[in-house]
Design a binder for this molecule. Structure first.
Ligand code: FAD
Length: 274
């Protein structure tokens, strides 16, 4: 069978999708698509692609039952420009291959992340890793922007001065802030990309990495729409239930008492309503 090419994906190859103020995601290349997943799944008994409806059903079946290896046959290579504080979260995903711009080799650009005023928020009081919904006064927002941009400007001027005086780039850069943009090529298979997207599209993930994850999921939808739909249904929109929760749901479906205490019931409600 010929190389799997997907016209909707070919149409967006090399296109930069803007993320944050100066970042982007670009699909450099892809290998496979929905049809590769079904070919790989069916190879064991020699049958190729069947009808579109059957292919879609098979992909749905595979994901629902965690037969995930056929999804590893689809591979994405992205070029991503992102601030270093997001790169630090991203790099925790160990199942990808990457090449990053070298600040030892190249002179870094003065590209720094500055949040939108609408994204400037107070610390959440009930989520140590989150933001509050309480509105920040306009003057304070402006103060935040001034502090960020002044600091970025100053540290870049100092970096440039050190570079211009012949100091090694690998040393000159060490005071640059976490808001500095970096770039990398990031290659990952679909199974592991789904894992990344599940964690990073979640409301608990930082807003800035979520923005990247949403754009990447839109790209996945172009390359393998059936797999993306199955992911939305079974992984993104689904939830894991404990044995106790499963019993409670079974009891409720049979019109019996759920037998959960108040806290456990609250957790179950949150799980199924998110
Ligand atoms: C909202 C959020 C908050 C977080 N907060 C923190 C934090 O405060 N501090 C912190 O340090 N981290 C934090 N993390 C990072 C988190 O702990 C994980 O490191 C990160 O999400 C990557 O997940 P992973 O290991 O499942 O993914 P990947 O590295 O992409 O791995 C995918 C899967 O492959 C398997 N795998 C990969 N490598 C190995 C291995 N060596 N051994 C065994 N199995 C392997 C595992 O099944 C894993 O789930 C946070 C993540 C999220 C999403």
């Amino acid at each position: 069978m010929a190389r799997c090419s997907v016209p909707e994906a070919d149409a967006i190859l090399d296109k930069e999708f803007k993320v944050l103020d100066k970042g982007f995601v670009r699909l450099v290349d892809y290998l496979g698509g929905d049809s590769r997943i079904v070919q790989a799944a069916r190879v064991s008994y020699g049958a190729g692609t069947k009808t579109v409806r059957e292919d879609k059903g098979l992909i749905n079946y595979l994901l629902r039952n965690e037969h995930t290896s056929p999804f590893e046959q689809v591979v994405f290579t992205f070029h991503i420009k992102l601030p270093i504080f997001i790169a630090r979260q991203w790099i925790r995903h160990r199942t990808a291959r990457l090449n990053e711009i070298s600040g030892r080799y190249s002179i870094l650009n003065d590209d720094f992340y500055v949040p939108e005023t609408s994204d400037i928020a107070f610390q959440s009081s009930n989520n140590k890793q989150g933001r509050s919904t309480e509105e920040v006064p306009t003057e304070l927002k402006q103060k935040v922007l001034d502090i960020l941009t002044d600091g970025q400007k100053k540290s870049y001027q100092e970096y440039k001065a050190l570079v211009d005086s012949g100091i090694a780039r690998e040393l000159a850069r060490v005071n640059l802030p976490l808001s500095t943009y970096t770039e990398w090529y990031w290659q990952i298979d679909l199974k592991n990309l789904f894992h990344f997207l599940k964690l990073r599209m979640d409301s608990h993930a930082q807003k800035e990495i979520r923005d990247y994850a949403y754009v990447m999921f839109d790209i996945v939808k172009k390359v393998c729409p059936f797999a993306a739909e199955a992911f939305e249904n079974h992984i993104l929109g689904g939830c894991k239930l404990s044995e106790e929760e499963k019993k409670a749901v079974a009891n409720i479906l049979e019109g019996k008492e759920h037998n959960l205490n108040e806290r456990a019931l609250q957790i179950l409600k949150e799980k199924v309503s998110n």
